[in-house]
Ligand binder design. Sequence first.
Ligand SMILES: Nc1ncnc2c1ncn2[C@@H]1O[C@H](COP(=O)(O)OP(=O)(O)O)[C@@H](O)[C@H]1O
Ligand SMILES: [Mg+2]
Length: 382
Amino acid sequence: MYRGLTGYKLPIRTAGEPCAAFVPNPLPPEPPATWDAALFQRASVSLGRLSGVTTLLPDPHLFLYSYIRKEALLSSQIEGTQSSLSELLLFENSALPGLPLDDVQEVSNYVAAMNHGLARLREGFPLSLRLVQEVHRELLAKGRGCEQQPGEFRRSQNWIGGTRPGNALFVPPPPDHLLDCLGALEKFLRDETVPSLVRAALAHVQFETIHPFLDGNGRVGRLLITLLLCQDGVLPQPLLYLSLYLKKNRTTYYELLQRVRETGDWEAWIEFFLTGVEETANQATETVARLLRLFQADRARLYELGRAAGSAPRVHEFMQRQPVVSSPTIVAALGLSKPTANAALSLLVKLGLAGEITGQQRGRLYAYKEYLRILSEGTEPL
Ligand SMILES: Nc1ncnc2c1ncn2[C@@H]1O[C@H](COP(=O)(O)OP(=O)(O)O)[C@@H](O)[C@H]1O
Ligand SMILES: [Mg+2]
């Protein structure tokens, strides 16, 4: 639907040059946004199925560790962070030399930010500007982001695209308009007259338009989607890696952000968003099924070995939760002796299930190879 500009242009002078900043109208859109009821229904059903599948698991947290990391990686990759899933898991399990440190640190921060946000929601803390700031603080806590005022809204003008505000694609609101814009957004986050899925879609665009931080706006804006869906119980666990879709369709994603602002076409964005939710949720559900089949087949192979399998089945079980492990991790988590843990890992390597991934003598790490391969689908760097 064409609504025209979704805000107003404010002439400003920045870096000695006149230009126009954009101040968005508060949400919800006027006239109210509409969407295809059948598509909305399909997206909801797909999310419901994803949630349902995981509640049937013997351990409902089984895929949480991996799926959160997959989303963190993909969301960070959208603006060019160069890292892979195995690098992230390596990094989290040891401090190995030779890793692209800044990049992998960034993804690791993302995991911490997500976990922090989710933990706060579980405590009953509301999804609010305060929480957004806390999440941002975690996101930029370590590595190259820490000079970009972690946890603080910007006090200077920024711009998107272009080398300076004068030739930018878009100039977000000036700093002295931020609190008004953000206050309205915070209120909208609680507006239960708009279904959660649509509210998440609208809030994301609005957040990107406000661009309240010096850096990390894309990532915090995408975290906001997960946090909102989890808070509202649409997604009982953060298992939706929507960034897979946003990364794959990045050009359209960016074009639509721009189009909402310029023409007020929220409908085009909602349709894109709901399609992404449906597609990603279906894919995540299917991945759960594939992984369960893999676990089952591997379990059967170990079972056939009888007593010769030793503690390998328990280690295999553990690696279903955490696909990269070290011998000390196994010792600590399962209470095995060092020789027993090592024997189990060696057996898993011999069977081709696990592989050593550091190539070093000390601080060895083992990956559940096929699991990691399936999980890594779509995470190749752009
Ligand atoms: N034309 C646009 N209008 C609004 N937001 C945009 C536009 N193009 C890109 N973005 C958003 O800005 C984000 C990049 O901003 P940035 O603060 O660098 O975030 P991050 O560091 O997390 O990538 C993109 O991921 C996207 O979400
Ligand atoms: Mg950035």
